[in-house]
Design a protein around this ligand. Structure first.
Ligand code: SF4
Length: 303
């Protein structure tokens, strides 16, 4: 299907707004042109995405807007307030080529869901001009299987979040009561499409799925349910990243459990459970990551 058809009756994500994005934006804030908030080299992604410590890091391209929009989003300035600049698909392709020329380990597309048609066009443009980095699709996990299918042959590595098991949590924090069944189907489609993780000689992931989960305060049992499902469904056919970096931001102060940081006990009990289940390919985060210092500087868009 052509980009114009996909955007003129937008069903790209499970929100299924059906809007004509040439005339107005839907729940994600995305219009007809991709809007880029920041381009940078990011050393703090998982080593399989950022590459060796001596390297430049992941070549991140942060897109503005979001189809999930969590109340605690650390990137709220770009996801909720839609700060950023519109670019054509050719300009986006040039950005991808620039990231490669800068020495990025991977191309890390952050919150790309609502711009899939534009990204496919931009990657085709860049590949015709020598682009060859592993393409990482770094999303909230709230995806439609049909959109994941559009990405076959374009994306090498899927980096989805798996955020909530309970519909009470996903409804309250992301206005998406169906989050878990939708994300579960999408992650199955991702694994089916790209297969088991493959790493190159430098330890950079060139294919596969790395599922991220950020443990939320007051929700460690929900985290354990997600881990149980992931283990039963995929075993060690995926990589796992357990994040401790939760910091109360944006509207978090309005929710009883989200006002505080995660405790060491909460995080440790979840990482211990992953190990008990048998996960061997699991990235664990330093507790010192739970600070606003790890939020990118949105004033410098790198464009
Ligand atoms: S991508 Fe945006 S406009 Fe399209 S269905 Fe999702 S939220 Fe609606």
């Amino acid at each position: 299907m052509q980009a114009r058809d996909l955007l003129s009756n937008c069903q790209l994500c499970p929100r299924s707004c059906g809007v004509n994005r040439y005339e107005r934006s839907g729940a994600c804030g995305g219009g007809a042109l991709a809007r880029v908030a920041k381009v940078s080299l990011h050393p703090w992604e998982e080593p399989a995405i950022a590459g060796p410590e001596t390297g430049k890091g992941a070549g991140t391209v942060f897109f503005s807007g979001c189809n999930l929009r969590c109340v605690f989003c650390q990137n709220y300035e770009i996801s909720h307030y839609e700060k950023g600049r519109e670019v054509t698909s050719e300009e986006l392709g040039e950005i991808f080529l620039h990231q490669q020329a800068q020495g990025a380990a991977t191309l890390d597309l952050v919150t790309p869901t609502h711009y899939v048609p534009q990204i496919i066009q931009a990657l085709a443009y860049a590949k015709e001009r020598g682009f060859s980095l592993p393409v990482v699709y770094n999303s909230s996990g709230y995806e439609s299987v049909s959109t994941i299918e559009l990405l076959a042959g374009t994306v090498d590595v899927y980096l989805p979040d798996l955020k909530y098991y309970a519909s009470e949590l996903s409804g309250a924090y992301s206005k998406a009561q169906d989050y878990f069944p939708v994300a579960a189907k999408a992650i199955k489609a991702m694994v089916q499409q790209v297969g088991r993780p493959v790493l190159d000689a430098q330890g950079i992931m060139t294919r596969g799925v790395l599922v991220r989960h950020m443990v939320l305060p007051g929700a460690r049992h929900d985290s354990m349910k997600l881990l149980g499902w992931l283990w039963q469904t995929f075993g060690n056919d995926i990589y796992l990243s357990l994040m401790s970096q939760y910091t109360p931001m944006y509207k978090a102060g309005e929710y009883k459990n989200l006002k505080r940081r995660l405790t060491t006990f909460e995080y440790q009990s979840v990482t211990d459970y992953a190990s008990e289940l048998g996960f061997t390919q699991c990235f664990i985060q330093q507790r010192s990551s739970a600070t606003k210092a790890y939020v990118p500087d949105w004033q410098d868009d790198g464009l």
